[in-house]
Design a protein around this ligand. Structure first.
Ligand code: FAD
Length: 281
């Protein structure tokens, strides 16, 4: 902040950018319209979720009018809808699925997820977002597989169940495989009585539990969005090809990353990269 003050930077709060009038930027503030002519413009307008923070994605038209292409926004790093069995979800909503492996298409991650009334979300699911989104857009549904025991090979699970002695199947799943009651209930829901007592079938289900995703969470609830300014509209220096001396960075550009620091790091890195570039101009 000391450097910012030393350099006589003026920060104008609550100024809503509303596009261009000829080559001037138009802002509204407290009912007044202000026009600004700038040598260099850096846009960092964010994505289109959590509108309460001001990031509403309402600026795409302004760029389109200048011939700059934007892509439709979609939620990323969000919860996904699952049509759970109503009796199951009544009892198990809010339960975690810990230390699992999650796979969608060719993306696999270890992590955890929470079963919610709406569907499923969490650190194991968010990184699958690009593939889940691709399938949801193409097919209106997506398929993920959950490995309830990613550190136990299939053969080991089979052996433990086969050597269950006097334990019931439920007891062996609890005591020898260490599955939670939520996981055991899911296994029961996805198998017939015969399948549940078939060692091979049950072991394979533990290693690859299928979950059908039927939709995205509402956009505004998503941690981040994809869409916005198409990447081929900017140069390697983040300058708009059709508007020289106008730069875009951060989530307003159409790229994706898993949450957990990667989104913020990418935004900070773009900011530092561009500041270094512009300060040597
Ligand atoms: C709940 C939540 C949790 C998150 N957790 C993580 C996390 O753990 N790790 C991680 O890496 N990322 C996380 N993220 C994502 C991360 O915060 C964003 O990717 C990042 O803040 C984007 O930075 P940005 O500067 O591009 O946009 P933003 O931070 O969204 O800033 C854009 C700014 O532009 C302003 N603006 C928009 N339109 C106009 C306009 N027309 N005129 C004037 N101003 C305008 C907005 O008011 C806003 O202040 C989280 C996001 C949310 C919502």
């Amino acid at each position: 902040m000391k450097t910012v003050k030393k350099k006589k930077v003026t920060i104008l709060y609550n100024h809503l950018w509303q596009g261009w009038a000829d080559d001037e930027l138009v802002f509204s503030n407290a009912g007044e319209t202000k026009k600004v002519k700038a040598d260099v413009v850096v846009f960092a307008l964010g994505g289109a979720s959590w509108k309460v923070t001001g990031s509403d994605g309402n600026w795409t038209n302004y760029f389109n009018e200048k011939g700059v292409n934007t892509n439709k926004f979609f939620p990323s790093n969000c919860a996904y809808q699952v049509n759970w069995n109503p009796n199951f979800i009544k009892t198990y909503q809010g339960s975690p699925l810990k230390n699992c492996g999650f796979t969608c298409g060719n993306i696999s991650r270890k992590g955890e997820a929470v079963v919610t009334e709406f569907g499923i979300e969490g650190s194991g699911i968010y990184p699958l977002s690009p593939e889940i989104r691709k399938q949801l857009i193409q097919n209106k549904s997506a398929n993920i597989q959950i490995d309830f025991k990613p550190d136990l090979p299939l053969e080991e699970i089979i052996e433990r169940i086969e050597n269950k002695g006097k334990l019931s199947i439920k007891e062996v799943l609890e005591k020898k495989i260490n599955l939670s009651t939520t996981q055991i209930e899911l296994l029961k829901l996805s198998s017939s009585k015969d399948e549940y007592s078939n060692v091979q079938f049950l072991s394979e289900l533990i290693k690859s539990y299928p979950l059908h995703i039927t939709g995205f969470a509402p956009m505004d609830d998503a941690i981040s969005t994809v869409g916005g300014i198409a990447l081929d509209e900017v140069t390697d220096s983040l300058e708009l090809k059709k508007l020289p001396n106008h730069y875009c960075l951060g989530e307003m550009l159409d790229w994706d990353a898993p949450t957990g620091g990667y989104l913020l790091q990418a935004c900070f890195s773009m900011g530092k990269f561009l500041a270094d570039k512009l300060n040597t101009k």
